[in-house]
Design a binder for this molecule. Structure first.
Ligand code: COA
Length: 538
């Protein structure tokens, strides 16, 4: 296969400046991740010890196979939201290996407001279930939660994608044969009682785990009955009397061991064979990506320089290199897995859209997973392009992306604006996973353009009414807040806090994350039965 040859001069001032800029972004990311992981109140830690419970990370250390990777999802969810401190939306979720099997773990963090569920905690649970469903990964719930975070109950409870959906999904996952195992490590109160109830197998820790629809304070208020949490829904009650729980564990460590045995006891699941090769590192150090990404998203660079640092052996068979050059398409391997890659190299035109459509069809027919590297300001606009059918050709690409059935993976490595986000497999187009780089920005359009549009609309309105155009100062007053909002809300951290992605990645680790993600995806059949497309507008 062809080998990509880098033209980057690693000694140049430009490379060094880019490197320093992006290294600083990655260091900021690492600080944010460390804070989300470790910042817990002394009071909560002391209470946890007093209750003889392990922390969520200690539980995961015992649950997961030693020296295996844990692909954590949305570790910065809810960052700076709800008044701060609700790290990761109060939940650790990710794909890890238990007894040699890839599984999805969803674990409450009881050190954050008693493990209660915030609105983004619901979203995280639903996302975990969607990933388990699409990739046919057994789901392990480690429950230790005070249930709904009551001050925000109206945002958690009533709507279709609110809390009730979690238990609905459990029933559907059960029907689909996706194994679900629940560890009861603290309270499973009210709605949360349904997590163990709807699981296939339940491990219940004596002394600290309890399941009930109404906790002791509610029972007292409702019936006057005085009862302790353990009398009401402890392990003895549910393992001996009610039958809600299946295995009695003496403590957290014992519970993790029992869950490992339950997973080991699951029937084997042969992974889909897509012809993996011996993995090879790229010829160029992935960290050199720091020196390639310019600080400004509007500065162009050759996407092949990123590919050379992402794919096995830097080998890339470029498809249609001479046609539609603003999109680079071609075949490569990542950690030995074959992938078809689409990487933006400028604005999307009709030719690049047609090339994308053809390439997606080829990958889909051949059963090759698709990787989208988004750095896109949008489809080309203007009189000539409209006449040339840019909307029609963009539609073909969007149609193909939407209906391709092979696993799709998206990394937003720069800009993600407008319909370009759709054509390059944004969240709404069903990628199995979507990540951002720290420099990435997302929005309908850039802030400047949005502000210009609104200023123009205002002046046209005034002209219709026979008024003079706005003075420069008034234009600034209209534009300023729009630009500021787009800057804030387009930021990768804002995106990840709202869970519009599965996390922010260090560019240098992207290849490893993609390897894990492709491996996880192969737990499911390669595609569903719906091979085929909608009607392409010609
Ligand atoms: N909504 C909002 N906040 C809650 C909460 C809830 N459902 N449950 C607990 N919290 C908060 C507490 O106010 C406390 O906040 P603080 O740290 O700011 O003081 C924090 O979570 C920890 O609670 P605490 O009771 O001190 O910790 P604990 O480890 O002793 O007990 C629980 C944790 C969850 C077992 C206990 O708080 C509890 O029983 N909560 C109520 C559960 C319930 O009935 N939920 C019904 C919701 S459907």
């Amino acid at each position: 296969m062809e080998v990509l040859e880098s033209r980057v001069d690693t000694e140049s001032a430009e490379y060094q400046a880019n490197f320093a800029h992006n290294l600083a972004l990655v260091e900021e990311l690492k600080r944010e991740l460390a804070m989300a992981r470790d910042q817990r109140s002394e009071r909560a830690l002391a209470r946890n010890r007093q209750q003889n419970k392990l922390t969520v990370r200690e539980r995961l250390d015992l649950l997961l196979d030693r020296n295996t990777p844990f692909l954590e999802l949305s570790p910065l969810a809810a960052r700076n939201m709800y008044g701060g401190g609700v790290h990761a939306a109060g939940v650790v979720a990710g794909i890890g290996v238990v007894a040699g099997r890839e599984v999805l773990v969803h674990a409450n963090d009881q050190l954050i407001k008693g493990g209660t569920t915030y609105p983004l905690g619901v979203k995280k649970a639903l996302r975990a279930q969607a990933i388990a469903r699409e990739n046919r990964l057994p789901l392990i719930y480690l429950v230790d939660s005070g249930g709904a975070f009551l001050p925000l109950q109206s945002e958690i409870f009533p709507d279709a994608d609110d809390g009730g959906r979690i238990f609905y999904n459990q029933a559907v996952l059960s029907k689909l044969g996706v194994p679900q195992v629940c560890g009861v490590l603290g309270l499973c109160t009210a709605g949360a009682a349904y997590i163990p109830a709807m699981s296939d197998e339940v491990v219940h820790v004596a002394g600290s785990g309890a399941i009930f629809l109404g906790g002791p304070p509610l029972v007292k208020a409702a019936t006057g009955e005085e009862v302790s949490a353990q009398e009401l829904g402890g392990a003895e009650v549910h393992c001996r009397e009610s039958g809600v729980s299946d295995y009695l564990a003496q403590d957290d460590a014992h519970a993790m061991e029992l869950i490992r045995q339950i997973v080991a006891n699951l029937p084997p699941n042969a992974k889909t064979d897509i012809g993996r090769r011996e993995p090879k590192p790229p010829l160029y150090d992935p960290q050199e990506i720091y020196g390639i990404l310019p600080p400004s998203l509007s500065t162009p660079y050759d996407a092949r320089e990123v590919l050379a640092r992402l794919v096995d052996g830097s080998q890339f068979l470029e498809f249609k290199p001479l046609y539609g050059p603003t999109l680079v398409t071609g075949w490569a391997h990542i950690h030995g897995y074959p992938v078809g890659i689409l990487a933006n190299n400028g604005v999307l035109f009709s030719d690049s859209s047609l090339k994308a459509t053809q390439f997606i069809q080829l990958c889909d027919k051949r059963g090759i997973p698709l990787l989208f590297l988004q750095n896109i300001s949008g489809y080309m606009i203007g009189r000539d392009y409209e006449r040339g059918g840019i909307t029609k050709d963009g539609h073909k690409m969007v149609n193909a992306v939407a209906t391709a059935t092979v696993p799709k993976f998206t990394v937003i490595i720069g800009a993600s604006f407008g319909a370009g986000n759709y054509g390059m497999c944004g969240r709404a187009y069903g990628p199995r996973f979507l990540w951002m780089w720290p420099n990435a920005q997302i929005g309908v359009m850039g802030g400047e353009q949005a502000a210009q549009v609104l200023a123009t609309v205002k002046n046209e309105q005034l002209a219709r009414e026979g008024q003079p155009p706005l003075p420069a100062e008034a234009v600034q007053q209209i534009m300023g807040p729009i630009i500021e909002a787009a800057r804030k809300e387009g930021d990768a951290y804002y995106s990840t806090a709202n869970m519009w992605d599965d996390g922010i990645l260090d560019p240098a680790q992207t290849r490893d994350v993609l390897g894990l993600a492709i491996s996880a995806a192969l737990n499911a059949p390669l595609r569903d039965d719906r091979l085929g497309y909608g009607t392409f507008r010609m």
